[in-house]
Design a protein around this ligand. Structure first.
Ligand code: BES
Ligand code: ZN
Length: 636
């Protein structure tokens, strides 16, 4: 057996066989005060799981509600904030509250009675920020903090008007996952704690503020916006944005917020959102968050999407005009079940959010767009995983890594996404779709509004699926999926007939049997194009690149994913006619998934490092602080 497996397997068997649990399924501190939901599982005393990325003493005292007041100052690139935290004591003798902060200027801390409380900031940790320690009086159950954010706050991006679609107004948005909420609100920045919130955001009068909460699209533009979020959320889902935003409904409960010129194209592109919601609800249980709206951000948004509850934040780079890239919406929507409802207890267990979501995303795509589209997306995702597995050290190939105190942003890869999906596909394959769907539905129901670790998941899996059918899947197989590097042999790998045909055509062209113009490319979907391009041979003469480009205008393509694949090939084959587009692309898009591989390819080539540095020197100021941190490590 693989040596990496021996220790975890040991602990694991001990847990399963003896029923001695390192943390119980009711372990999230958020839940500790509530009566445990009735289940067939044996209960054990609740105990919070350690979170290596938070200073907070969340196992002793938990924030249950926030009242936020934020004054947005675009000139100073700062927010003046007042937050009142409502506390619940979990340990009777707790005498202090420890919060997470990063680059916050703390001005004043007061207790329920308005009387000042003493406070102290701990030493600065480059990854985690600073602990804010507040000694509590025995009767204190509310703490109010006045503070100001730093211009370089890692959870905020302040945009100049030129960085927006309309070019006339500034824009501000937050991105809290994984550990950046602490840079704009002092709080317990761990996904083990959930809170409801009310907020008031003051903005310049021509702009609109929106939040991961109930939004009122009719709210007057008077410089003050009120919000209330009745469902309890973890801190990484706290989000807001301020800009020149309008709203357009797509269905009774879905709609789009965007800058005016993007509103119609976005509503058209994402019109299937309601169908996606209905498909997901039919399989996995009701959508529990009220409305589901999309916020279209400027192109510097560092992610494809962010599942902020009730209001997913979405990159404009997926507005392709043909709905070809809407699996992103399926993905962010799916987080309304996996992630937002059932949440990873800390970032070592990210696969519980992203793997389940990537699995649900595929199921939604199959239901709404058919099995062939789903299979093609599966194969593309699988190939992205293979590329990562080749590049990552074994420890980072595990579904459950141990990041230690490494910033979770630095360990980002396709492993929790695609390997996580393949693990669930493996379970679906062994147990059958119907049983597995019932299992998942029960899982969401059981753990809703709670956080869990992989151990708790495995225990639940064992009790509700494995044990009912002994031998169908062994715990050892599960263990291999979770803790071994690479991909287990029993993985069920995706295949696509459409892609097999693309392989044939590609070979005929590579072998010189046909010209590029004879490829049946007018019939190809975006996915077929991506597959064609991603799998071009390493050795391809420059004139063959030119031939493709002449036949299909690839350097000019407006589809950002096709452009990405083409530009990677242009770098691999040093196809110089595409380099001007490459510069424009890198300067105008901040989405890491699209630009990080281009920068690394350039840096690793024997000719492109200088180009990468020059382009980056110009583009860096326009990137998000989190993208800057990631790209600094690659380019500088
Ligand atoms: N929650 C993630 C984004 C994220 C992950 C932010 C980790 C910070 C840390 C979001 O749901 C996501 O996965 N976005 C992907 C899209 C997806 C279809 C793979 C992205 O941004 O590309
Ligand atoms: Zn995700």
């Amino acid at each position: 057996m693989n040596r990496n497996l021996i220790v975890p397997l040991w602990i694991f068997l001990l847990i399963v066989l003896t029923g001695c649990q390192p943390e119980s399924p009711e372990a999230s501190p958020n839940e500790m005060a509530k009566p445990a939901p009735s289940t067939s599982q044996q209960e054990s005393p609740a105990k919070a799981v350690a979170d290596p990325h938070s200073f907070s003493n969340a196992n002793q005292i938990a924030v249950r509600h926030l009242d936020l007041e934020l004054d947005v100052d675009f000139q100073a690139r700062a927010i003046d904030g007042v937050v009142r935290l409502s506390l619940e004591r979990l340990a009777p003798d707790v005498d202090r509250l420890v919060l997470d902060t990063r680059q916050l200027d703390i001005r004043e801390v007061a207790g329920d009675d308005g009387q000042p409380l003493a406070w102290e900031l701990g030493p600065k940790d480059p990854e985690l920020g600073q602990a804010l320690e507040i000694p509590l009086r025995p009767e204190t159950d509310e703490v109010t903090i006045r503070y100001r954010t730093a211009p370089g706050a890692t959870g905020l991006q302040w945009l100049e008007p030129v960085q927006t679609a309309g070019k006339a107004h500034p824009f501000l948005f937050t991105q809290a996952q994984a550990i950046h909420a602490r840079s704009f609100v002092p709080l317990q920045d761990t996904p083990q704690v959930r809170f409801t919130y009310d907020a008031l955001i003051r903005t310049p009068t021509e702009l609109r503020a929106v939040m991961s909460a109930a939004n009122d699209p009719e709210a007057e533009l008077d410089g003050a916006f009120e919000f209330s979020m009745p469902q309890a959320i973890p801190s990484y889902l706290l989000a807001f944005a301020v800009g020149n935003l309008d709203f357009q409904a797509m269905s009774d409960r879905t709609g789009v917020y965007a800058e005016p010129t993007l509103l119609r194209p976005a509503a058209e592109e994402f019109a299937d959102t309601e169908a996606m919601m209905q498909a997901t609800e039919a399989r996995y249980g009701p959508y529990l968050w009220g409305r589901y709206d999309l916020l279209i951000l400027p192109p510097s948004f560092p992610y494809g999407g962010m599942e902020n509850p009730r209001l997913s934040f979405i990159t404009p780079t997926v507005i392709a005009g043909d709905r070809s890239l809407v699996s992103l919406i399926a993905h962010e929507l799916a987080h309304s079940w996996s992630g937002n409802l059932v949440t990873n207890a800390n970032w070592n267990h990210l696969w519980l959010n992203e793997g389940f979501t990537t699995y649900l995303e595929a199921r939604i795509m199959e239901l709404v767009y058919g099995p062939e589209r789903r299979r093609m997306e599966d194969v593309l995702g699988y190939q992205a995983l293979l590329e990562d597995l080749e590049r990552l050290p074994p420890a980072d190939q595990r579904l459950v890594p141990d990041y230690g105190e490494r910033n979770p942003d630095d360990a980002f890869s396709w492993v929790p996404y695609e390997k996580g999906r393949l693990f669930l596909v493996f379970l679906e394959d062994r147990f059958g779709r119907e049983r597995f769907d019932d299992f998942l539905r029960g899982y969401f129901e059981h753990f809703k509004f709670r956080s869990l670790t992989t151990d708790t998941f495995v225990q639940y899996l064992n009790q509700h699926l494995l044990a009912s059918d002994p031998g169908r899947v062994t715990l050892e197989e599960v263990e291999t999926w979770l803790y071994a590097p690479g991909l287990p042999d029993n993985a069920v790998l995706p295949e696509s007939d459409a892609f097999a045909r693309v392989d044939d055509w590609r070979s005929r062209w590579v072998d010189g049997e046909i010209d590029a113009s004879q490829l049946p490319a007018e019939t190809w979907t975006v996915h077929e194009w991506l597959y064609f391009l991603n799998n071009l041979p390493d050795a391809l003469a420059n004139d063959r690149m030119a031939e493709l480009d002449a036949a299909y205008g690839l350097t000019r393509t407006r589809n950002n994913e096709i452009a990405h694949s083409w530009l990677r090939q242009a770098i691999a084959h040093r196809y110089e006619p595409a380099l001007e587009r490459l510069r424009d692309y890198l300067a105008s898009i901040g989405r890491l998934k699209l630009i990080r591989p281009l920068y690394s390819d350039l840096m690793q080539s024997d000719w492109g490092a200088e180009l990468a540095r020059t382009v980056y020197a110009d583009a860096r100021a326009g990137y998000h602080p989190q993208a800057q941190a990631t790209l600094d490590a690659i380019v500088q």
